[in-house]
Design a protein around this ligand. Structure first.
Ligand code: FES
Ligand code: FE2
Length: 329
């Protein structure tokens, strides 16, 4: 009899082989698993015996249940169903009742994980070696920086949320009472968008009537926006990651980095301000039809859409068709 062919299973569809933040460091406690869902694929995070983050596909190789419902002890994850135990590499280290089980064939699928700038990151390719580690803007990595953040979930495809983060022209409309107030009297003027290439993505500045405006915005591949807010002597950066949950939901991780007013009790002030601004965008972005950005030719665009169209080009050429295959026997 010929053996049944193995079924290939697509994972991280449209978001494969990239580093992305998936949670805040403070959300991943010692001895407690944390489930995140990235582009339709469930991943369980936990901390190994040294406290470093580890990640596995959130599916037990035995009967497919969610490992995230299990427990962590000694830096290993125990499945809630029959108690198989896995280490940070996915290696099966115990099979209750079956001391003679061939454990080398019973491994869970590991996902590369990393901790950087107050966040847990994964590389969306199970069982693969990540090429290098993720990087962040210097203002987020500086040890003198106070980082604080929160998350919200929007009912839209992550690409619409991402484009919203890169879009200057909406500021005096959606944010006319907050961050866009100063731009309201200027909307009759022509706006120029200046784009600077970097190996991590690109930096966007604007100019009105030939005069550069303060502030600059970075798109960091694949899914982050850093807004550098102009301040005379201090650094204030808003870093937003748009993390796909599935086709219709996006988790936004909204973090600020500041090198002034660093007392922890002031964190709430920064988070409340960001939440208010994000809530101004939310219903408008969620109304986008279709939920996922279409190819550029399917919508009408103008000169000031340069930054979002550039993201659209990147998405369609590098991410849209990406996926990983694992084999399920
Ligand atoms: S389903 Fe995980 S040990 Fe049985
Ligand atoms: Fe906005």
């Amino acid at each position: 009899m010929t053996p049944e062919p193995k079924r290939a299973e697509p994972l991280f569809r449209g978001f494969a082989r990239i580093w992305t933040p998936v949670a805040y460091s403070t959300q991943l406690r010692i001895n407690r698993p944390l489930r995140v869902q990235i582009a339709g694929t469930g991943v369980v995070l936990f901390r190994d015996p040294l406290g470093a983050p580890a990640a596995l596909l959130d599916r037990c190789p035995h009967r497919g249940v969610a490992l995230s419902l299990g427990t962590v002890s000694g830096g290993c994850l125990q499945c809630p169903f029959h108690g198989w135990r896995f280490d940070r590499t996915g290696r099966c280290i115990a099979v209750p009742w079956n001391p003679d089980a061939p454990r080398s064939r019973l491994a869970a699928l590991p996902v590369p994980a990393h901790e950087l700038a107050g966040q847990i990151w994964i590389y969306t390719a199970p069982t693969e070696q990540a090429p290098g580690a993720p990087t962040v803007d210097a203002s987020l990595a500086d040890p003198g920086t106070r980082l604080t953040g929160f998350e919200m979930t929007w009912n839209t495809h992550w690409t619409r949320a991402m484009e919203n983060m890169l879009d200057w022209p909406h500021l005096p409309f959606v944010h006319r009472r907050s961050i866009g107030k100063d731009l309201v009297p200027l909307i009759e003027q022509p706006m120029a968008t200046l784009i600077e290439e970097h190996e991590w993505g690109w930096r966007v500045r604007t100019a009105m009537d030939g005069r550069p405006r303060p502030g600059m915005l970075d798109f960091r591949k694949p899914n982050q926006m850093n807004l550098h807010i102009p301040m005379r002597r201090h650094t204030l950066t808003l870093a937003v990651s748009c993390v796909p949950v599935d086709e219709r939901r996006t988790r936004l991780l909204l973090m600020t980095a500041r090198n002034f007013a660093r007392a922890a009790f002031l964190d709430g002030f920064f988070n409340r301000a960001n939440r208010r601004i994000a809530n101004e965008d939310r219903a408008i972005v969620e109304s986008s039809d279709p939920a996922e950005i279409p190819p550029a030719r399917a919508e009408r665009s103008v000169r000031t859409d340069k930054a979002t169209l550039r993201f659209r080009g990147y998405y369609f050429s590098e991410l849209k068709d990406s996926l990983c295959q694992t084999e399920r026997s």
